[in-house]
Design a protein around this ligand. Structure first.
Ligand SMILES: *[C@@H]1O[C@H](CO)[C@@H](O)[C@H](O)[C@H]1NC(C)=O
Ligand SMILES: *[C@@H]1O[C@H](CO)[C@@H](O)[C@H](O)[C@H]1NC(C)=O
Ligand SMILES: *[C@@H]1O[C@H](CO)[C@@H](O)[C@H](O)[C@H]1NC(C)=O
Length: 466
């Protein structure tokens, strides 16, 4: 007893010491030996591939590596993925790493940080190569902000020529790829070179931590700026047949606003120069073996769509009633059915689960807000969800015809969804097969009641037959 009491202050002290050591070990003892950044501006979704070779020049092992972002960029950050690369060239393997927001006490100019957690701490003198992909939504600013039907769309992209980092970077280069060679202007931070659709910044040597050198690029980008402002995807599971999917879209063209009147004659006769930044059709990638597909808006069914489906994929090409120009919107619904056995399984512990793809089915679009509502069969209990990234979750109850106690609806919500989010998620639930009889029993009793009522009616009031 006494020995234990005496030990306690000592262990508290060592704990304190250890935690002090681990917090102070992170930043200034790490160095980036080499950094290469490739910024892809070919679509309206900006993709940045960053390769960092980090060395631990300190004496204490580091368990995480920080990424720095200017505060305005963090708001547009839709996704960050990181992996540690090991092995040379063809034999390279990647180990995915966790990335989480973190606070740093003395962040200059409001810099925001994300921490990449290493699987194995980086020992003194060791190096690690990290591959990072991050995606920015709504980061191209149309300028001019309004264009007429015959004009091409120009946009601004701003960044720093020098990679913002809490570490000293020994050597770095940035490559920026534009969709066409039509570049109005770009900032120079020597050495800067341009060849066709690529601008190269650097190589730059020895930049201290938090170095920043603003650049702005003004270039042509006529790719569809297709933004789904709101998407509600309803997934309804019925153990009796199939899975019914209903998707409600609010689509917008988020590029330069359309100025003046729209001339359909000009649009149709000179498609190569008229309305080049507008779009008239979009591709939706639906799960394989989708069937009973419909596509409608508030007026009714739209027949101008093409649908192909096989065992590997289904594709629906949709064409709204009018082409979409900057600032224009379209609201529509896509619905389809899926075979139950392709998406509903039984887990080893006896629970059932839905394994379904998360994300907006429209190719190359940003979904500002995506809500997935999975309606479980009546009588399902204890729902639980597995999604590979953070989403907001809640439960609702829904009543449809023939339902007695209502269905549990699992609701998932996520902002800033980009195509790279597309991955599988699972909804687990328990279900007693006796509930399978609920609907048929309801039908049988409804028919029976109807029968009894008709008989009673005919017997009680014979006058009607006269
Ligand atoms: C903060 O921003 C200002 C203005 O952009 C700049 O002059 C300054 O060097 C920055 N400070 C740091 C520590 O990055
Ligand atoms: C629209 O198409 C769906 C599926 O083909 C069909 O069930 C529905 O009756 C159609 N609605 C109208 C108004 O034509
Ligand atoms: C979900 O489906 C995908 C694609 O068919 C498959 O790769 C994955 O293993 C499935 N996940 C689970 C938990 O069944």
């Amino acid at each position: 007893m006494e020995a234990q009491l005496r030990l306690r202050p000592l262990s508290l002290f060592t704990l304190l010491l250890l935690s002090l050591l681990s917090t102070s070990s992170s930043s200034h003892l790490l160095n980036v030996i080499n950094a290469e950044r490739r910024i892809d501006l070919t679509s309206h979704i900006v993709k940045v591939f960053l390769t960092l070779k980090v060395e631990n020049t300190g004496t204490i092992a580091a368990s995480e590596i920080l990424l720095a972002f200017p505060p305005n960029e963090v708001d547009h950050l839709a996704l960050v993925k990181a992996a540690a690369a090991t092995g040379k060239r063809k034999k390279k393997t990647y180990v995915p790493l966790d990335v989480n927001p973190t606070e740093q006490p003395d962040a200059p100019n409001g810099t925001k940080y994300l921490a990449i957690s290493l699987v194995k701490p980086l020992g003194a003198g060791e190096t690690v190569t990290l591959e990072v992909l991050y995606i920015l939504a709504h980061s191209l600013e149309p300028f001019p902000a309004e264009i007429s039907q015959s004009e091409s769309q120009l946009v601004y992209y701003s960044d720093s020529a020098i990679i913002l980092s809490p570490y000293h970077i020994k050597q770095q280069t940035t490559f920026i790829k534009t969709p066409s060679a039509k570049i109005e202007s770009f900032s120079r931070v020597e050495p800067t070179n341009r060849a066709g659709t690529e601008i190269k910044y650097g190589p730059y040597e020895d930049h201290s931590s938090h170095s920043f050198s603003p650049i702005i690029i003004h270039f042509e980008n006529n790719n569809p700026f297709a933004v789904v402002e709101d998407l509600v995807q309803e997934v309804e599971i019925s153990h009796w047949g199939s899975i019914q999917i209903t998707e409600h879209y609010k689509l917008a063209h988020a590029g330069a606003r359309h100025k003046g009147v729209f001339s359909r004659v000009e649009y149709q006769s000179k498609p190569s120069i008229s309305g080049v930044s507008s779009f008239k059709n979009l591709l939706a990638r639906l799960p394989p073996r989708a069937h009973s597909v419909y596509y409608r808006d508030e007026i009714g069914n739209i027949s101008s769509s093409h649908f192909r489906s096989d065992k590997i994929k289904s594709e629906l090409e949709i064409e709204p009633r009018y082409p979409l120009f900057g600032g224009w919107k379209a609201t529509f619904v896509i619905g389809y059915k899926l075979p139950l056995q392709d998406f509903l399984f039984e887990s080893p512990d006896g629970r059932r689960y839905l394994n379904f793809s998360f994300g907006c089915p429209l190719v190359e679009t940003v979904a500002d807000k995506l809500t997935v509502k999975v309606a479980l069969p009546e009588g399902s209990k204890d729902p639980s969800v597995e999604v590979p990234f953070p989403v907001e979750q809640r439960l609702e109850t829904k009543y449809s015809y023939l339902d007695v106690v209502g269905r549990t609806v699992v609701v998932l919500e996520k902002k800033n969804v980009v195509p790279d989010h597309n991955s599988y998620f699972q909804v687990y639930y328990t279900f007693k097969p006796i509930f399978m009889l609920a609907e048929p029993l309801m039908l049988v009793s409804a028919f029976f009641l109807f029968f009894v009522a008709s008989v009673a009616y005919l017997h009680i009031d014979p006058s009607i037959r006269k």
